[in-house]
Design a protein around this ligand. Sequence first.
Ligand code: ASP
Ligand code: MG
Length: 402
Amino acid sequence: MLIVKKFGGTSVGNAERIFNVARRCIEDYNKGNDVVVVLSAMGKYTDELIDKAKEINEKPPKREMDMLFTIGEQMSVALMAMAMDKLGVRAISLNAFQVAMHTTSQYGNARLKRIDTERIRHELEDRKIVLVTGFQGINKYDDYTTLGRGGSDTTAVALAAALHADACEIYTDVDGVYTADPRLVKNAKKLDEITYDEMLDLATLGAGVLHNRSVEMAKKYGVQLVVRSSLNNNEGTVVKEDVNVERMLISGVALDREADRISVIGLKDEPGMAFKLFDVLAKKHINVDVILQSIGRHNTKDISFTVADTQADEALKALQANKARLNYQDISLKKDVAKLSIVGAGMMSNPGVAAKMFESLYNAGVNINMISTSEIRVTVLINEADSEKAIQAVHDAFMAED
Ligand code: ASP
Ligand code: MG
């Protein structure tokens, strides 16, 4: 079997943890498997690198940020190779150049395009454990790129797809995917299985486990994933196309505090306004999420939408720069909002799911700012201060019975 295993920052946070991971990998290797291991930077090292950069320049060039970021993952794979050597097993560390992992050119948010597999295959044939840096790639200028925060998951899935791996295991510091963040909701339950689509929504909406692009890629290439803890031997959660278990009404509740709301007031109520507005943002690669447009009155309308807080200032600036062309009256940015979502394929066949969510929020005294829905998801925008009571109330409403 060829197994791709990915370990997150907390799983390799110190020397003891590194040896723990090394032993787990060696166990598989000793059974005769080919083992490819993707690692994140140790602990909060990536955050520390951001702090270091900001000490020097509060708006560091993105190219140089990526150059800096790649140190973190490189440190992890090198130390892991040393740990395995110490344990008497042949291992080799490879960075994005050595593999090579080709990405689009966008620094800080690149997408994997192609992975050369010869080097990895060669090392596996030589009976080595292959340790690959997560999160990073190289672009057509031979520069380092990174895949966006949490991108090591995507590296692992992409490698699993490219190598036609028999298993792709994502190790983290929790036991799997939960019905809600167990740090926020005490009675959250671990799911045994979840579909790609549900996982994609949960990942995108801030569930904290799995990079959303890794799920997108897993679905596209049919890579079955297991999310499990590196600190115990519990079963974990399987992410796949169809689930066998009897469907719950919803699979999870996700909270995203990193959402900000921008409101553009007094746009002309005429065709093309929404296009012009969102085109400005698209050209800057700014992702827009929940969108609300008011009904036109007195020939004007308002459009509000959410963006990730990391892009909010850039979005605001871009729209202000285009004020003359967009011809709106006012614009505002509200940062203390949060996005709360319920996700579940069971919604499709059960009317009343949204009403149940709204009722539970009403009972908890939580006001709803915006609403958006899809076939398997309902998202509301709330005041950030209400986050904790809101997620608990909604979770209780759906999970209490079973
Ligand atoms: N080290 C990177 C981050 O903290 C990538 C990852 O952990 O997946 O975002
Ligand atoms: Mg992660």
